[in-house]
Design a protein around this ligand. Structure first.
Ligand SMILES: *Cc1c(COP(=O)(O)O)cnc(C)c1O
Length: 345
């Protein structure tokens, strides 16, 4: 069975797991006057994250959802308005900061343009019409099929936000898939956001964790929010050590995942009933199944019977995600399965 439901399916290899045995551990919830915890492995991971992204500090979280939530609630108070697009992970999937029982923030929806990037004209209009506290963007953009925002896109968005004194938070769950695809230094993208989150638990292959990066003042308040939300951990070096290993060894490998995604999309683009996403930019491929006579759920079931696990997303699409457990031979098999299904329709 080839499983392309998500890049969260990566399983840590022995080399990564071994790093836990020799990790220097301590109580990360016990902090000194600088706000640093006593787990040296966590501190090392946070410092690497800060260095990679060009921010002052990084903070380890157990999940990306918790990291995004803590960041957004650091910027905003109940009733504040936040710019999100309709299929932004934070809005569509996580929801927590907009929940009446939790964050109580008000979403203001901006449009994506024909390239599935934030429509800056619409953003400007919304900024003029509303008192906006925060703008959230996503890079790569999951539900539009791993679309990458490059430095020019980000600069334009950032400059606009600063005109209106609005903070910019980037959900960079797959930031390093974006930098691999664009062939840029992460710092060159991250300088155009005030804060960002990236996951070590996805394509980078670590079992658990996400890093939130930003500048000193912000991070000081963020650490208080993390504690308030129950996000402090104790000997979290057991998750930081595999994370350090991931950042040292697995960033380069993301290129292969991006290439496999493109390879599969090329191998099925002539099919009539399945419409494959136009320009695959990273490790995600979306298939539009509306002309197949099957629902996304039915299509996924048909694929499963042939040995391919995939996931329905949005109204009429299924998603394929490539990660380090999937090689070129698997990619060939995926092409064959999708072509087989098409023939049998
Ligand atoms: C996975 C993901 C997150 C965070 O997910 P967690 O499962 O909470 O770690 C956030 N944003 C995007 C775009 C994601 O794909």
């Amino acid at each position: 069975m080839i499983d392309l439901r998500s890049d969260t399916l990566t399983i840590p290899d022995d080399e990564m797991l071994k790093t836990i045995l020799s990790a220097k551990l301590g109580d990360d919830g016990r902090v000194d006057e600088n706000g640093r915890g006593e787990d040296l492995s966590v501190n090392e991971l946070e410092d690497i994250a800060a260095r990679l992204t060009g921010k002052d500090e990084g903070v380890l979280f157990s999940s990306g959802t918790l990291a995004n939530t803590a960041a957004i609630l650091t910027y905003c108070s109940p009733g504040d308005k936040v710019l999100v697009d309709e299929i932004l992970h934070i809005y569509k999937s996580e929801k927590v900061v907009f929940e009446k029982s939790v964050g109580q923030l008000i979403p203001v929806l901006y449009k994506l343009n024909e390239k599935s990037k934030p429509d800056t004209q619409h953003l400007r209009q919304l900024m003029e019409e509303n008192d906006i506290k925060l703008l959230c963007i996503e890079n790569t953009h999951n539900f539009s099929g791993g679309v990458c925002l490059d430095a020019n896109d980000l600069k334009e968005i950032y400059d606009l936000a600063k005109e209106f004194n609005i903070h910019v938070h980037m959900d960079g769950a797959r930031l390093f898939n974006a930098t691999a695809s664009l062939n840029v230094d992460p710092k060159d993208l991250c300088k155009y956001v005030d804060s960002l989150m990236f996951c070590i638990s996805k394509g980078l292959g670590a079992p658990i964790g996400s890093l939130l990066c930003g500048n000193n003042n912000f991070i000081k308040k963020l650490r208080q929010k993390r504690k308030l939300l129950g996000g402090n951990m104790r000997q979290a070096g057991v998750i930081a050590a595999p994370g350090i290993h991931a950042l040292k060894h697995n960033i380069e490998k993301l290129k292969e995942d991006n290439e496999n995604a493109k390879y599969v999309s090329e191998g099925i683009k002539d099919l009539k009933k399945i419409k494959v996403q136009d320009k695959v930019q990273s490790n995600i491929v979306m298939l539009d199944v509306s002309n197949t006579g099957m629902s996304p759920e039915e299509y996924c079931e048909a694929a499963r019977k042939k040995g391919l696990k995939i996931r329905p997303v949005l109204e009429n699409k299924v998603r394929l995600v490539f990660y380090n457990g999937i090689n070129r031979k698997d990619a060939d098999e995926v092409i064959k399965i999708i072509r087989d299904i098409d023939k049998s329709m």
